[in-house]
Design a binder for this molecule. Structure first.
Ligand code: ACO
Length: 377
């Protein structure tokens, strides 16, 4: 009898989750029941994090308590800094993020304590600590000094402050906050599933997050936001060009790429086949950045690629497509885009780790052997 193979686990329902609901039929995404668009419009990223961890919107007292906690755990741990300084400047920033989480885990006094209370503390600390890793890594690559966090700024303001050493304008802070909310959670995507697989063996939280970062790095998953920008760079970015001229060049590039059977990152999705529910909200944030920085020609590239992909293959953009140019306009180095995704997804990963632990079963599928028949020496 031949076994049924679910290549890539496509279509397989592996477990229940109450963290988020992805509905491809209605193109909707709910975090703990709330539409992500509403959360992105109304809440801070800190509030969304609390919602993902606790299952309910935070009370005023819970918000206040987390405000103090988060702001007092932002400084770059000197042991993490020392480890980062050992890494070459040309290694990928995702390697830096992965290493930093590993170092934090190795030094954490609660590392092997998997009680819900300890797990939540570790999740919150990681949430607070990770921005300094990204900010410091971008700065050291630019030969700039570390910028200390500021307790008078919220998460998004402080992230931008530590990265660029100046207070970001409100418009930029808001677009950044929206991106964090949209990237926070997306059910059993590859990196979250990885975190759950590691957790299912009863390994510690930092091991699960470190493994998730490895899964996120690839261009078929989180690495796509960086790859989108490389596509724009390959086509050529010319701020002096008109939007129409940029669109025409992008269209021609896409037609050629598809004729060569290239995969163009930032398009397509395993679950959404008629549009990623997060794209319209992220596109609004991108439009706001394009207007703020006066860079219409980038939207020419954006529109040209999207139109040509739609016409040729009817494949639509995913969240990484508008997120890439948004981070570019904010001033992040292209290789930093996927570490920004880590910063956001730490919330979803750790919510799933808690859920997996609370109702665990070792994740261990079967395989259909197709090697040589039994043979002997
Ligand atoms: N560019 C060109 N062709 C594509 C693309 C793309 N981005 N996406 C899908 N296709 C084509 C495939 O070549 C394939 O065509 P074929 O049937 O003629 O061979 C068909 O569409 C189906 O594609 P699969 O890769 O088999 O579909 P799957 O569901 O496995 O893929 C995936 C989903 C991996 C996301 C795919 O669309 C892809 O590789 N996209 C680019 C990477 C990307 O943007 N990833 C980000 C995901 S979202 C996120 O992480 C926030």
């Amino acid at each position: 009898m031949t076994e049924q193979i679910y290549k890539g686990l496509a279509g397989v329902v592996a477990d229940h989750t109450a963290v988020s609901k992805v509905n491809p039929e209605s193109n909707s995404l709910l975090y703990r029941g709330y539409p992500v668009q509403e959360l992105a419009a109304e809440l801070s990223f800190e509030e969304v994090a609390l919602l993902l961890w606790n299952g309910e919107l935070p009370s005023a007292a819970e918000k206040e308590e987390f405000r103090g906690f988060e702001r007092s755990h932002r400084a770059l741990d000197p042991r993490v800094r020392a480890a980062i300084d050992l890494l070459p400047l040309d290694c990928h920033p995702m390697d830096v993020g992965r290493t930093a989480v590993s170092v934090l885990g190795a030094n954490h006094p609660l590392s092997e304590d998997s009680s819900p209370e300890a797990e939540l503390i570790k999740a919150k600390e990681l949430f607070a600590a990770f921005p300094a890793v990204v900010a410091y890594d971008q700065r050291r690559r630019r030969e700039l000094e570390l910028v200390e966090p500021r307790e008078d700024l919220d998460y998004s303001q402080n992230f931008l402050w530590m990265t660029f050493g100046e207070e970001a304008p409100e418009e930029v802070v808001d677009a950044f906050r929206v991106s964090m909310v949209l990237y926070a959670e997306h059910s059993f995507n590859a990196s979250t599933f990885t975190a759950r697989v590691v957790t299912s063996t009863l390994a510690d939280l930092h091991s699960a997050v470190t493994a998730a970062i490895g899964a996120l790095k690839g261009p078929l998953h989180g690495g796509a936001n960086e790859a989108v920008m490389h596509t724009f760079e390959e086509i050529g970015i010319d701020p002096a060009e008109t939007r129409e001229a940029a669109a025409a060049r992008a269209k021609a590039w896409m037609e050629q790429a598809l004729a060569e059977k290239r995969k163009v990152m930032g398009f397509g999705h395993r679950v959404y086949k008629s549009g990623d529910s997060r794209v319209p909200t992220m596109k609004q944030a991108l439009d706001a950045m394009v207007e703020y920085y006066g860079r219409g020609e980038l939207m020419g590239l954006y529109d040209g690629l999207e139109a040509a992909m739609g016409e040729a293959k009817n494949i639509l953009p995913n969240l990484d497509y508008p997120a890439g140019p948004t981070y570019h306009l904010m001033g992040f180095d292209t290789e930093m885009f996927t570490p920004l995704f880590i910063a956001a997804r730490i919330t979803g990963w750790t919510a799933h780790i808690a859920e997996q632990r609370a109702n665990n079963a070792l994740i261990r599928p079967l395989s259909a052997y197709n090697g040589p028949d039994e043979r002997h020496l």
